[in-house]
Design a protein around this ligand. Structure first.
Ligand code: HEC
Length: 130
């Protein structure tokens, strides 16, 4: 009789553990945040930015101006032909390589990591045309 009782209790306790064992998705549902917080301008519903390459001027304004508009860190300034001349003499391939990989205080891609090589080149063309 005692053996039967012990077996019964064991079966019951296992069954109850299984019954209360929460499923993974139930846990995820319970611990999910009450609300989502988005930074202004980063809302997910917002339609994606228009596709297609940015113009050299747009890239320059967004990414390069901070240094190349002001000469910060010794950056050659936009449209400063004298500052750009010796750099242009290296050829566009070297300039583009330096702009993409970084060069001394010049950060890789001028910090525009989303920019394509063509967009970086367009920005260089924009800055070096006098
Ligand atoms: C954080 C400041 C900073 C930003 C942002 C920046 N640059 Fe520069 N850039 C520099 C500095 C400083 C140099 C000069 C590096 C040197 O000659 O030692 C430079 C040099 C260059 C050169 C010349 C490289 C050479 O071989 O002489 C090119 C081309 C260039 N930047 C393109 C860009 C483009 C395109 C952008 C934007 C997409 C950009 N930079 C954004 C600081 C910056």
């Amino acid at each position: 009789m005692r053996k039967i009782l012990v077996t019964l209790l064991t079966v019951l306790s296992i069954a109850s553990v299984q019954a209360t064992e929460p499923t993974k998705s139930a846990v995820e549902q319970r611990i999910q945040p009450v609300g989502d917080v988005y930074l202004a301008g980063a809302e997910p519903e917002k339609p994606a930015e228009p596709a297609g390459p940015k113009s050299g001027e747009q890239v320059y304004q967004q990414a390069c101006f901070a240094c190349h508009g002001t000469g910060a860190l010794g950056a050659p300034k936009n449209g400063d032909a004298a500052a750009w001349a010796p750099r242009m003499a290296q050829g566009i391939d070297v300039l583009l390589k330096h702009a993409i990989n970084g060069f001394n205080a010049m950060p890789p891609k001028g910090t525009c990591m989303a920019c394509s090589s063509d967009e970086i080149k367009a920005a260089i063309d924009f800055m070096t045309k006098s």
